[in-house]
Design a protein around this ligand. Sequence first.
Ligand SMILES: Nc1ncnc2c1ncn2[C@@H]1O[C@H](COP(=O)(O)OP(=O)(O)OP(=O)(O)O)[C@@H](O)[C@H]1O
Ligand SMILES: [Mg+2]
Length: 472
Amino acid sequence: MQQSPFPNKRLLARINPTGNSTSMSWMLRYERLALWAREEWQRRQADQPYRLVWASESCGNQLAQSRIQPRRRLKSKAYYTDVEQVECDQVIPISEHVTPGRDTVLGETVGAFVFHFEHPDGPFEVLYVSSYYRDDDPNIVAIALVPDNRLAPWAKLESLFNDAVRRPSRRQDVYIIGGTNAYFKPTVDWDAVILPARIKQDLRSDMEAFFKEGVPIYQELNLAPFRKLLLVGPPGTGKTMLCAAMAKLALRKKRVVVYVSGADDDGASFHKIHHALNVVANAGYPVLLIVEEIDVYLRKDDKARILNVLDGLESPNNPRGALLLATTNYPEVIDERIAKRPGRMDRIIVIPPIKDEALATEMLQHYMGPQWQPDHAEVVSQLVGQTGAFVREIALHARMLAAHKQQRVVTLETLRQSIGSLTHQINTGDDLMPRRQIGFGAEPGGNGFGDLDDVEIEEDRTRWAEPEAGED
Ligand SMILES: Nc1ncnc2c1ncn2[C@@H]1O[C@H](COP(=O)(O)OP(=O)(O)OP(=O)(O)O)[C@@H](O)[C@H]1O
Ligand SMILES: [Mg+2]
């Protein structure tokens, strides 16, 4: 987070958190912290000259504090030994909690801390205090009192804290930004995703070729190894499922998975993408970065910055390689801002509804499970053009209906009934929805995806070599 050394004076002047020192109420937040810190310093080590400096809010982050080893060697022969929290009447200590893996741990904390160091000339301390600017401003102001001749080791420790805050923990399966950990689980088996073999194979080989052979080629060309794939398709065709299956494959190869979710109060903010890029750059491992519904980010004021990321101007530089897997339902957004601008997405892969009877049979068999009967094949032609989500629903519904009627087998009749009721529901829903006219050769009232057979996979936009002359 950016610190502004010049907060709004008038607003801050009204704040008096302790309620007992009215004479201080005109002061700026950081001035009050500084006054307290100077008094505390006098009490602790009166003779020691110090510098008052702006400090990084990361130093109060408990996750980072737990990640930095005691006796960590710093600059100028100094060692960091440990940190203790101290009382401060200007700040009520409060922490955020985060759930990076299975455990919930404390993260960013405001409050006062003393950092202890060892040095051949004797031990020394740094007094650190941080606070929120105001109730309605999540920015943190942080200052430190550092012995006059110990700025270099302190600066080194601050940079270690900054890195530690961004680094995903090694125990972590998936690093989720936004939403909750329950939102995305990389537990889908590759074989459970039913799609034309070529699409699956292409996607999988793309990831493997990039991490194995691609990354050194990018480096040879002095480019950040960042490859970008976009999955486009109507709702329910299996894009999220495919992301989860790709994530499972990536984790098996000890890659870090970073998943950005817009499903929380912050919605689709660039802040999240920015955070994700920091994590990607500092991961220390190859990263699969998943951004679902990327179109939402492209509609907001932040779109220029997202495009900068795609263009490589603000891209993460992870020397081990980062593969972006983005999804969207809306080809028109892609059409305007991405498809027509070479290099923004290396490859656009359309994830279509069920294309033929063979796939429809496979999908129906999969979701009917042990209840599958050979005569169920009679409905298969009705499923061509539908989505995986549709087939799953009719199969589950039919199985439930049969169980409810205490039938041991799901009859063809029950299956037809289930298809009929879901089709009816979707058609009624369609009447309720305003029709959108969207790209890829959409017809009025169409689903916006035109004839998906024609656009199953667009041309590969990989540019292993330098851009050709004349390309922007
Ligand atoms: N190709 C598929 N193979 C197997 N199951 C599928 C497939 N497509 C969809 N399903 C089933 O439908 C559910 C919903 O699919 P999913 O969430 O992956 O769709 P999506 O393409 O991400 O949709 P949206 O664009 O609305 O996010 C899946 O969890 C799965 O059970
Ligand atoms: Mg999805």
